[in-house]
Design a protein around this ligand. Structure first.
Ligand code: NAD
Ligand code: UFG
Length: 335
């Protein structure tokens, strides 16, 4: 009996794979390495001290996915695999719809064929669009502003329709807020190709000297210091949420949605200050224009996950800044 982890060599998938192995689960990773590297497999084995099976397979290749199910006894799936860059999705909508939607449909079709009907899916707080109030609850209205977000919303709908058609399925949709940080070993973390889109990878690259300064996108939002406020969550806390979700899909059929966030919001300037203080480094920044599509404030009401999954984020902002920086320094020393 194994859990299939699609996208398991990616940022969140690798951390979750480590935690699954540490808790005694057998896992199989499927990833086509479009946004990750093969050496991640050995790193996951090293940190966890456990073995795993890896398949370099693209979800778009249905017959390859079928083979994985034929060769193994897969009882649950955690589905991380997908393209995730908001800006790129605006420029390459066909690639995003094709990869994320067809990849997921192929996976679900094969799961059905092999009577594997338990899945945990990676959705995003992006499906809340511009929320009217915060903290955000799971039953808030949904909307999106870019093709990436629309793929998440569409997949959520596909999963709802699937459950309505056959209530033997057990489906959990997890809406992540802003995962940051790295494993405390410093061996795995987020290492985006090219110039980072997201705040924390950018801050790390400025601090290490790869980039000159951070552009703070706007200081005229309706927030205490005018900069955007987000719910940053340590990637290891987020990973542990998946272990609780797996417990739940094993116990009962149904479809449930949970926010995975801390419930606390920090502004861009607060993040810079915290990072500088905790790591004793300087992060140069300049205030520039707002980034198109950004919202002022976004943070979760994480109570449903606490009540029903028995999960809550435990790590502090200090842990997030320290662990992320440790990984960045390690990576820099290797290169
Ligand atoms: P990531 O890019 O690091 O990992 C995704 C992995 O999926 C990569 O290793 C990539 O190679 C693989 N992949 C992509 N398309 C594939 C395909 N067709 N077949 C096989 N493998 C494929 O991203 P992440 O940050 O780990 O995110 C994991 C999931 O969580 C994604 O679905 C993402 O949309 C979602 N999510 C991420 C964030 C975030 O801020 N990181 C926020 C909300 C939701
Ligand atoms: N920011 C900057 N400068 C930068 C990058 C970001 O000032 O160089 C600011 C943004 O304006 C925002 C905050 O930092 O106020 C966080 O921005 P991120 O890009 O790190 O994160 P977002 O909240 O914009 O987006 C993230 C994921 C998306 C996901 C969304 C909602 O990247 O994939 O959360 O879950 F859709």
């Amino acid at each position: 009996m194994s859990i299939l982890v699609t996208g398991g060599t990616g940022y969140i998938g690798s951390h979750t794979s480590v935690e699954l192995l540490k808790s005694g689960e057998d896992i199989i990773i499927l990833d086509n390495l479009v946004n990750s590297q093969i050496d991640m497999v050995d790193k996951i084995k090293k940190i966890s001290g456990k073995d795993l099976k890896f398949y370099n397979v693209n979800l778009l290749e249905k017959s390859e996915v079928d083979k994985i199910f034929k060769e193994n006894n897969i009882t649950e799936v955690i589905h991380f695999a997908g393209l995730k860059a908001v800006g790129e999705s605006v420029k390459k909508p066909i690639e995003y719809y094709s990869n994320n939607l067809i990849g997921t449909l192929n996976l679900l079709e094969i799961m059905k064929k092999y009577d594997c009907k338990k899945i945990v899916f990676s959705s995003s707080a992006t499906v809340y669009g511009k929320p009217k109030t915060v903290p955000i609850k799971e039953d808030f209205p949904l909307s999106t502003t870019n093709p990436y977000g629309t793929t998440k919303l569409m997949i959520e709908q596909i999963l709802k329709d699937l459950y309505a058609s056959d209530n033997e399925w057990s489906i959990i949709i997890l809406r992540y807020f802003n995962p940051i940080g790295a494993h405390e070993s410093g061996l795995i973390g987020e290492n985006p190709n090219g110039i980072p889109n997201n705040l924390m990878p950018y801050i790390n690259q400025v601090a290490i000297g790869k980039l000159d300064y951070l552009k703070v996108f706007g200081n005229d939002y309706d927030t205490p210091d005018g900069t955007g406020v987000r719910d940053y969550i340590h990637v290891v806390d987020l990973s542990l949420g998946h272990l609780k979700a797996i417990e739940r899909v094993r116990k009962s059929n149904g479809i449930e949605i949970y926010n995975l966030g801390t419930g606390k919001g920090y502004s861009v300037l607060e993040m810079i200050q915290a990072f500088e203080k905790i790591n004793n480094v300087k992060v140069n920044y300049k205030i520039v224009e707002r980034r198109q599509g950004d919202i002022a404030t976004c943070y979760a009401d994480p109570n449903k996950a606490k009540l029903e999954l028995g999960w809550e984020a435990k790590k502090t902002l200090e842990d997030m800044c320290r662990d992320g920086w440790k990984f960045t320094k390690n990576l820099n020393e290797q290169n």
